[in-house]
Every structure is written in C-alpha cells, then in structure tokens.
Design a binder for this molecule. Structure first.
Ligand SMILES: [Zn+2]
Length: 312
C-alpha cells in the first residue's frame, strides 16, 4: 500500500494530465454531433490499455457506439476480474448554468472537497472512476503486483441506455467470462467511507392517455355530469400510493425482501443529517413510506435475486 501511494505521488502530474485530456473530449453519447468525439475517446482509452501492456486490445463495434476491450490473463487458474466503465457523458445543457466550460477541467476546493476536486463533465461519471482503474492496473503491471487476471470493458452508451452493450455481451460470453465484475459508476456514503454498492434502484415509466368527450364541453351544461380526463388522471396517479405512501400496484412488493434487523442497524450507522439532506435540495420535510427512515426509503429494500444465496 505504501508503494502504491508513493507511485501515485510520483506520477500524479502525468495522471492528471492524462485524465484531463480524456475529460476535454465532449463524448456526449446522446447527440450524433459528437460521434467523432466518441470515437476519439474510445481510441484514446484503447491507447491507454495498449500502453499498459494489455493483450487483445480492440475497439469492438456495436450497432451504436463502440466498446473498448483489453485483457491481461496471467494464469488461467487465477480468478478474473472484469472492470466495467463508460466513457460517454451526459449532455451539458443548459450551458449558462456551468461556472466554466464543462470540457475544460479544473481543480477547485469546496466545502465537501477541502483538498480540491476535479470539475468537468464526466469527471465523476464515469471517466474519473474508469481512469482510476486503468491507473491502478498500470501500477500493478509496471511493478509486477498483478495478483489476478483482469479484463477491461469500457462502453460508450451508458448515458443512453447501453443498447450496444446489451447486444455485445451475449455474443461475447467467453471473451467476457469472469469471476467478479468491478464497477465504479456509483456513489460513496462519504469521502472518507469506502462503500460497496450492492444494488441500484431502477425506474419504470409509462405513458397513459386519458380521453374524454369528443369536444370541449360547456361547464354550465355538462359540469359535474361528465368526467374531466384531468380529474380521472389525477385520481389514477394518487391511487398509486395509499395513505401511508405504500405502493398499491398489485404484486409490486412480491419480490421485495424486507430489511433484516441487522441491515437496519447498519443503515442507522451511516452518517446522515436529515437537516442537511433537506436544505441541500430546498425542502422542508422528507416523504416516503411510513415505518422507514430516509436512507431505508431510498436504498434499503431491494428485489432479492435467485442467485444471491448461491455459494461459490
Ligand atoms: Zn455513469
């Protein structure tokens, strides 16, 4: 560990320059105006992987943006880690709300980053984290400290739904075979608390159209006697939760496991200030299902997968 820290100190300037070079490319996956930038970023990451001495480095084409791949297999009997990351970024509009050009990275000290943090689009989602793994790999390969096999799979469509990845993975099962997937595309409880994210909340959205009479109706003649679609829609939306804010959709909780007592005790230990949480987003009180605290509401319960109790 000591050597690792020394290595970082020794190479910090180069690390920052390389990361800044990546951050300067506006690899916005949602706009075809940036297709060339996406390519440039993929090329640059491939170059980094090649420089590390990884084998079989390639830019894998998909129907969308490409996936960068590289691997170091030192011993087939050792475990294999697959590092996942993405090099695409979110759009930057509205531009006027940025303090500086989002593609001109700079370091700034803030209340939560007293030692300074890098500000740029993609710095913490996910170029920064992805690059951290690349540099950890550099340390291990250049100092002979690589303890296992490592594969890198860095995609360019995470911010637009990863369609290419969904196509690529089932077609490359063998190439991607691994024992552990390492992903740093989530958050940390606090800067000084190493955190492992074991699941993420997804989202589901539907479009519902409620139709009414075939013309605009005079309220004096029809008011109160004919349903107004907006009222019906409001009733439908409000019926999705009961008076305790519990979701009322049949079957919604069927696969959701309740938190164990131990899990709730662990969650209660997370440093969390409800006042800060509220003031940060300008609200006066939190909201959610009765019987749970904020951290349990937003991340406590999950769907238990069938593979979770498997022993390896
Ligand atoms: Zn991300």
């Amino acid at each position: 560990m000591k050597n690792f820290k020394t290595y970082i100190e020794k190479n910090k300037k180069r690390f920052l320059n390389e990361l800044f070079e990546l951050l300067r490319i506006p690899s916005i996956s949602a706009s075809s105006d940036h297709d060339l930038d996406i390519r440039l970023t993929a090329d640059l990451i491939k170059k980094h992987l090649v420089n590390l001495g990884l084998d079989n480095c390639e830019i894998c084409e998909t129907q969308g943006h490409p996936i960068v791949y590289g691997e170091k297999i030192i011993n087939k009997n050792l475990p294999t880690i697959l590092v996942y990351g993405h090099y695409d970024v979110q759009p930057v509009d509205p531009l006027e709300l940025w303090d500086q050009d989002p593609f001109q990275p700079y370091i700034k000290k803030t209340k939560i980053h007293p030692e300074g943090a890098i500000f740029a689009r993609g710095a913490c989602d996910d170029k920064g984290q992805m690059y951290m793994h690349v540099k950890a790999m550099e340390y291990m390969t250049s100092t002979g400290n690589l303890p296992c096999n490592v594969k890198f799979m860095i995609e360019g469509e995470e911010e637009v739904g990863s369609e290419g990845l969904a196509w690529f993975v089932p077609r490359n099962i063998e190439k991607l075979a691994n024992d552990v997937i390492l992903i740093s595309d989530t958050g940390m409880i606090a800067n000084n608390i190493p955190s492992i994210t074991t699941g993420l909340r997804g989202l589901s959205y539907v479009e519902v159209e409620v139709t009414g009479p075939d013309r605009d109706l005079h309220s004096g003649l029809y008011g109160g006697a004919v349903a107004n679609p907006i009222n019906i829609l409001s009733k439908m939306i409000s019926s999705l939760q009961d008076e305790n804010n519990k979701i009322t959709i049949p079957g919604f909780y069927d696969k959701v496991s309740e938190m164990t007592k131990e899990e709730r005790i662990e969650v209660s230990k997370i440093p969390f200030s409800k006042d800060n949480y509220q003031s940060e987003i300008g609200i006066e009180s939190t909201y959610g299902e009765k019987g749970y605290v904020t951290n349990e509401r937003n991340s406590g319960r999950r769907v238990r997968r069938s593979y979770e109790n498997r022993r390896y």
